[in-house]
Write a protein that binds this ligand. Structure first.
Ligand code: PMP
Length: 439
């Protein structure tokens, strides 16, 4: 009997034995194409020697030293490199162990910023429905996924949620895409005014929504309007790029597609590419200065902040992404993947939408294309698809999301950036097999 506490107590999972390139192998020798990079994590694939060597070198030098006593070369170099590629105005990096921790740090820093500058009355966070920001209590409170929140609701600080920007589900037939984007962005202003003009700390959003919706980018103009509203009311803009960041959308930061600059941004997953657990919260010079000129101390911290071995891994990953041309490769292969998905599935009677950016792609399945009616949640199509794809040797990340009470089934694809054109064919072929078996 296993003593590991699994995700689902009734699951009977194969045991992973090794990974090589885009493939994982279990102990029976079965090969799986890592079509979702786990959960958009393994951007370099498996067994990358540059990253494993960087980790070994750091382990030989020093595995860990606590940040209340030391900084380390890998942490310093990683922060420098992140800032070199970060959106304008972003100036400091706080290194943590994962996505939820990065979001917790972001939320707490945003609140402390207003305490430091003498606006302690600001106490509200606004986020969006159909969003996921992590599983710790603060991050969970910010996320708008009802199913994940429900059992813990008495423990969650109050956060209000406005509509997501989800063209396929939200746009009315009689409005333009641009008008739709402005309409949903303007909900932020309405909510700020409802809560009190000077009472909001931050607005939180994923530039491309991942886990709850299946790679949904906002429409053009949406984030520009959001930025304007934040500036008008002195509200900080926190972007959660935990899933969509680190090159996944074809740009190192997903916000680059939007032409806007956040005040705080969280990254994780692709930062360590699965080689080490690591995340980062990056903030603007203005926010850092408020802490520096105020108490001089960010009232936060975890034992493994700035972990040298994790930082060494992330530095090697980031170097490959930026200097090794892998972000550009992700953009190019992403276009090919989208085209292949369109060619194969666009006419399928149960495929409602194929979307995303770079190697971050989502397919939404519907019972009826015309009315966009989803399959009944009881059918758990996403779970069947996951199983059939896995049997066919393809790992994809399916989910049943909810939006305004409607249930939709999605598949998320987020393969390693190193994939070649044959691998794209392999994804599509295996997905086709899984779809036929599931429907
Ligand atoms: N934010 C987003 C957008 C995510 O997708 C996730 C993880 N799926 C998180 C935060 C939480 O990250 P972690 O699981 O590393 O804590």
């Amino acid at each position: 009997m296993s003593h590991v506490f699994p995700r689902h107590t009734k699951s009977n999972l194969p045991t992973v034995a090794r990974g090589e390139g885009v493939y994982l192998y279990d102990t029976t020798g079965k090969q799986y194409f890592d079509g979702s990079g786990g959960a958009a994590v393994s951007c370099l694939g498996h067994g990358d020697p540059d990253v494993t060597n960087a980790i070994k070198k750091q382990l030989d030098a020093v595995a860990f030293a606590h940040t209340s006593f030391f900084t380390s070369d890998p942490a310093e170099q990683l922060a420098d490199k992140l800032i070199e590629h970060a959106p304008d105005g972003i100036d400091r990096v706080y290194l943590v162990s994962g996505g939820s921790e990065a979001m917790e740090a972001a939320l707490k820093l945003a609140r402390q910023y207003f305490v430091e500058i003498g606006q302690p009355q600001r106490c509200h966070i606004i986020a969006r429905r159909q969003s996921y920001h992590g599983n710790t209590l603060g991050a969970l409170a910010t996320g708008g996924n009802e199913w994940r929140r429900a059992p813990f609701s008495p423990l969650l600080v109050e956060t209000t949620h406005i509509s997501p920007c989800f063209e396929y589900r939200g746009k009315h037939d009689d409005e333009t895409t641009l008008d739709y984007g402005l309409r949903v962005a303007n909900e932020l202003e309405t909510e700020i005014l409802r809560l009190g003009e000077d009472s909001v700390i931050a607005f939180v959003a994923e530039p491309v929504v991942g886990a709850t919706a299946g790679a949904v980018p906002a429409v053009e103009g949406y984030f520009k309007r959001i930025r304007e509203i934040c500036d008008q009311y002195g509200v900080l803009l926190i972007l959660d790029e935990v899933m969509c960041g680190m090159g996944r959308t074809g740009k190192i930061f997903a916000s680059e597609h939007e032409g806007i600059h956040p005040d705080i941004v969280a990254v994780a997953k692709g930062l360590g590419a699965g080689y080490q657990p690591i995340g980062a919260m990056l903030c603007s010079a203005k926010i850092y200065a408020a802490i520096e000129d105020g108490s001089g101390f960010f009232q936060h911290g975890h034992t493994y902040v700035g972990h040298p071995t994790a930082c060494a891994a992330a530095l090697a990953v980031l170097t490959k992404l930026t200097d090794g041309g892998l972000v550009e490769r992700c953009a190019a292969k992403g276009d090919l993947l989208q085209a292949a998905l369109q060619n194969t599935f666009a006419q399928h009677p149960n495929v409602g939408d194929i979307r995303g950016r770079g190697l971050f792609r989502g397919i939404e399945l519907v019972e009826d294309r015309e009315s966009k009616r989803p399959f009944s949640p009881e059918r758990r199509l996403h779970a069947t698809l996951k199983k059939e794809a896995f049997n066919a040797g393809l790992i994809c990340y399916p989910m049943g999301g909810t939006i305004d009470g409607k249930q939709g089934d999605h598949i998320l694809l987020a393969p390693p950036f190193i994939l070649d054109d044959n691998h794209i064919d392999e994804i599509v072929t295996k997905l086709q097999i899984a779809l036929v078996k599931s429907l």
